[in-house]
Ligand binder design. Structure first.
Ligand code: ATP
Length: 727
């Protein structure tokens, strides 16, 4: 065994040296070509390509590849060793096997999809299905040109030819810094299917916490750019994520995969930009506080909860019919008479409006009709008997043209939205009563907000829809692909509006219903989104394996889900064992029996001291509310260096020690997590409280400590019991 390992290591070291020499030769050759600085376009393109190649090769010199797959196609005479890396490199002779195969290439898919056994394996190539035998799957870790590790995860010639998780477990055991990383060397089969799924489909992915949703979405973008390079461009792709700090947290993955220029935004930022609105910064934080500050305080959510209703397709229907109503009576009554003796019949104006300009959306149609009227006035002016009469008519005509234009409906999204909710005077021929299918409470609350000038996040999809119906896709924005992370917090209306801006329903929509802590606005079942698309345009995938946390943490979090949320969306752990989840009452840490009043603080401090003294790079203290996080941070800051408070306004994630409310931790991960106040005083008995707790617990990679004052919610107790039984 040891000998085999030695020879494998030697073999890979030789191959690495050879690869490095070849890369150096390629680089040298490129560097010898003088840099083109002239004006010839073709030469400029060639120079840009050379420049990219130089950069790729320089990067590749550090870590040329991460995997090897030995494969023999049925039509091939001998097996070949394929080396797979982040960027593909061809050899000097095109006929030769590439020096490095890009991980996104068809043959590389075998490296991920092959699950072991002795049966033939196959992959989809442009020329058709290629079948053959896999002999070896090997992971190699190369850092700064040094071969650090060789691990065979499959060997056909071994006694047990199955793909082992050993290398994956080694990778998962590493500590994390303050950024999400690429996973090209260990993408799992279920993830690979999503990454390589066809472009023109709205993919909806339900994935348990830590199943790699965010990571997979980013790899999928890199794949689409490779696979469909003639059809898509990075500039026309966008990632929507919950907040700016999260965007910062994920911002390294795409550059690591050699992809740049993909827009990343929150939905409110993007929508406000399209609408040309300036949204008050505090709005989201204010909404959060409203929902999250009170333990067990989430009111019952129904279809009439404002966020749910305003995110529904029912409101879409109301908007559509309101705009139709507005449009049908938009041409003002009566003929247009710019001055006595000149008459433009309404029937003519109606013909222009209803026939000639019918393909245009209402606001554009009005613009066209008014421009036509203006041209008609100019023609009529030419018939004036004298220069003085012309001057007089010109003045009158301009004033009447202006007055006529003002009689049209006001095609402004916010005005129409206010009219629909009766927060502004409605047009004369609208029914005086508000639309009967807007629930009274929603109508009242929204009208009150709008009159005060408050626009909430949930108002943005309807506003955008009105804007779109009025103007069409004015800016011409059409995305080639849209990724929506944490999609359980999106509403069907949001997705439907975005679909208007996407070519071919090309979406990757990822989320976890168990983490639906914003259920007052998000979806409660994926069908709500799936039914927006024709069946042939959508596909559903489930990711059930969790890669982030140890088995102990996952079992514990599963306990919370099944007993507190009665959910069946439980995570399957990778076999990575760590310390048991710890539950510590305030004042209980040995040697910390402090006076009652300080017991909480001193216990949190001791826990933090203990965890931050280990090799961990990121440790978080999660509180129930932002107020508690702020107060706790003020205390801890005096005793710990490199400690950060994370509130809703942060734009950067710094790593190290963090204090934050649990609801802001969604999407992030930490080597160790201290969940403060995990007691009944802070977490009620509802499914929603349990979901919050689940989010908190699943942020931890290696260690999870729950600190509490007295009784913990029953779902935590059940989780603790089932976890200890499992151990
Ligand atoms: N195939 C894999 N190989 C190695 N690490 C992986 C793999 N898949 C996921 N991970 C790791 O698991 C962790 C969780 O990934 P990610 O944050 O993308 O999951 P998520 O499903 O979006 O989580 P959540 O919903 O809880 O925020 C990350 O550290 C990621 O690097």
């Amino acid at each position: 065994m040891e000998d085999n390992f030695q020879s494998a290591y030697q073999e890979e070291e030789d191959r690495l040296n050879q690869a490095l020499t070849e890369i150096d030769t390629l680089l040298e050759k490129l560097n010898q070509t003088p840099v083109y600085t002239g004006h010839d376009y073709t030469e400029q393109v060639l120079e840009a390509n050379r420049d990219q190649k130089r950069k790729d090769l320089a990067k590749l010199r550090q870590e040329p590849y991460f995997g090897r797959l030995d494969f023999q196609g049925n039509d091939e005479k001998q097996r070949k060793a394929l080396y797979i890396g982040k960027i593909g490199v061809d050899r000097e002779q095109v006929s030769d096997r590439p020096l490095v195969i890009d991980w996104r290439a068809p043959v590389a898919s075998l490296f991920y999809s092959f699950t072991g056994g002795t049966e033939p394996a196959s992959y989809e190539a442009p020329e058709g299905l290629i079948e053959g035998l896999v002999y070896l799957k090997r992971n190699v870790v190369i850092r700064k040109q040094i071969l650090e590790r060789v691990a065979d995860t499959y060997n056909r010639e071994s006694d047990a030819p199955v793909v082992s998780d050993e290398f994956l477990v080694y990778r998962l055991g590493e500590n994390k810094d303050n950024r999400l990383r690429d996973i090209v060397s260990t993408i799992q089969e279920e993830q690979d299917k999503i990454i390589r799924a066809a472009k023109n489909t709205a993919l909806i992915i339900q994935g348990v916490a830590g199943s790699g949703k965010t990571t997979v979405a980013l790899h999928r973008l890199a794949f689409l750019l490779y696979q469909y390079k003639d059809q898509v461009s990075a500039e026309k792709m966008i990632i929507f994520a919950p907040n700016r700090m999260f965007l910062d947290y994920i911002s390294d993955v795409l550059p690591e995969l050699g992809v740049g220029n993909i827009a990343q935004s929150t939905f409110p930022d993007w929508a406000a930009n399209v609408l040309g609105l300036e949204l008050p910064e505090q709005d989201a934080t204010e909404t959060m506080n409203r929902w999250f500050e009170t333990p067990g305080g989430m009111p019952v959510i129904t279809e009439e909860t404002p966020g749910r209703f305003k995110g529904s397709t029912v409101l879409m229907g109301i908007i559509e019919s309101s705009i139709k109503l507005l449009e049908s009576s938009s041409v003002p009554e009566g003929d247009f008479i710019p001055w006595e003796g000149a008459v433009l019949r309404r029937s003519m104006i109606l013909r222009w409006h209803n026939e000639e300009y019918a393909p245009y959306p209402p606001a554009k149609r009005k613009e066209r009709v008014m421009a036509r009227i203006h041209r008609w006035i100019e023609m009529e002016l030419k018939k004036s008997p004298s220069a003085a009469a012309m001057k007089d008519r010109k003045k009158k005509g301009a004033a009447r043209e202006k007055a006529y234009s003002a009689k049209w409906p006001k095609y402004d999204p916010l005005t129409i939205y206010k009219q629909i909710f009766r927060a502004a005077k409605v047009p004369e021929d609208w029914p005086v009563d508000p639309p009967e299918n807007i629930p009274a409470a929603v109508l009242k609350e929204t009208a009150k907000d709008l009159k005060k000038g408050i626009i909430r996040e949930e108002d943005l999809p309807p506003l955008l829809y009105i804007y779109y119906l009025l103007n069409g896709n004015e800016g011409g924005t059409r995305f080639d692909h849209v990724v929506i992370d944490e999609a359980q917090d999106f509403s069907p209306f949001q997705i439907a509006v975005l679909d208007l801006y996407v070519r071919g329903h090309s979406f990757t929509i990822l989320g976890d219903l168990s983490q639906g802590i914003h259920a007052y606005k998000g979806v409660h079942a994926w069908e709500e989104m799936q039914t927006l698309f024709a069946p042939e345009n959508t596909a559903y995938h489930a990711l059930t394996r969790s890669y982030r946390s140890t088995m102990e943490i996952i079992d514990f979090a599963n306990g919370i889900l099944s007993s507190g949320v009665e959910s069946s969306l439980l995570a399957v752990p990778v076999f990575r064992s760590g310390d048991p989840v710890r539950m510590i009452a305030y004042g209980e840490i040995v040697g910390e029996r402090e006076a009652e009043g300080n017991a909480r603080l001193s216990t949190i401090q001791s826990a933090l001291k203990s965890l931050s003294g280990r090799e961990y790079r990121t440790v978080a203290v999660l509180t129930r509310s932002l107020r508690e996080a702020t107060e706790l941070y003020a205390e801890l800051e005096q005793h710990f260096e490199d400690i950060h408070l994370i509130d809703g306004s942060m734009t950067q994630y710094q790593g190290g020690l963090s204090v934050l409310p649990v609801y802001l931790s969604k999407g992030l991960e930490f080597d160790a997590v201290i969940l403060a106040d995990a007691d009944q005083d802070h977490y009620g008995a509802t499914a929603w409280d349990a979901k919050l707790m689940y989010v908190g617990c699943t942020r931890a990679l290696h260690e999870l400590w729950l600190l509490h004052n007295g009784e913990m919610p029953s779902y935590v107790q059940t989780a603790a019991e089932s976890d200890s039984e499992g151990n």
